[in-house]
Design a protein around this ligand. Structure first.
Ligand SMILES: CC(C)(COP(=O)(O)OP(=O)(O)OC[C@H]1O[C@@H](n2cnc3c(N)ncnc32)[C@H](O)[C@@H]1OP(=O)(O)O)[C@@H](O)C(=O)NCCC(=O)NCCS
Length: 140
């Protein structure tokens, strides 16, 4: 029998930092689970994939709520990758954002086909990074 997949939710009600462990793989200076919860709470929309009370995947969107949204972060825990969770998270988020004109994100070349299969088009992204701020800790 196949294992049931995780369930999706758009609610952060009752979510604790303990449910948010294991993310930001390969980030040199990752946010703590508390900071992670803070960035989810500051988002316009989030979709979480839950299994046995743990978050195993998430995607967030920030937005003006009028025309445009941006999707900064999508991540599925390594042991859950390749099972359709990322696609399910993105599909649900796109539906949550269907009232908007523009939905943008940036990604590496190898993920272009993943997003194209979700109906997105390829463009250019310009960006800056302040690496000393990567963990999102509150400024002194
Ligand atoms: C990218 C990511 C979210 C995809 O989640 P996932 O649950 O593994 O993806 P799915 O199982 O839904 O895969 C859907 C399809 O995309 C493909 N795909 C997934 N990750 C891919 C990658 N890194 N490179 C190329 N193709 C990829 C899968 O092979 C699958 O293809 P198929 O439809 O032909 O079977 C996940 O690999 C991840 O968390 N990566 C690390 C963080 C990251 O890169 N986030 C994205 C930032 S833009």
């Amino acid at each position: 029998m196949t294992q049931p997949g995780p369930s999706l939710t758009t609610s952060l009600d009752g979510l604790t930092p303990e449910q948010l462990r294991g993310f930001f793989v390969d980030w040199p200076n990752p946010p703590t689970p508390d900071t992670f919860l803070r960035l989810l709470r500051g988002s316009y929309r989030v979709v979480l994939a839950l299994h046995d009370g743990q978050v195993v995947g998430f995607v967030q969107a920030i937005s003006d709520g009028v025309l445009t949204a941006y999707i900064p972060l999508l991540e599925v825990l390594p042991e859950w990758q390749g099972r359709g969770v990322g696609r399910a998270l993105m599909t649900r988020l796109r539906d949550e954002l269907r009232h908007l004109y523009a939905v943008d994100l940036g990604c590496d070349d190898d993920l272009v086909p993943f997003y194209e299969r979700l109906g997105m088009r390829r463009g250019n992204l310009m960006f800056t990074r302040s690496y000393e701020r990567q963990n999102g800790s509150l400024p002194e």
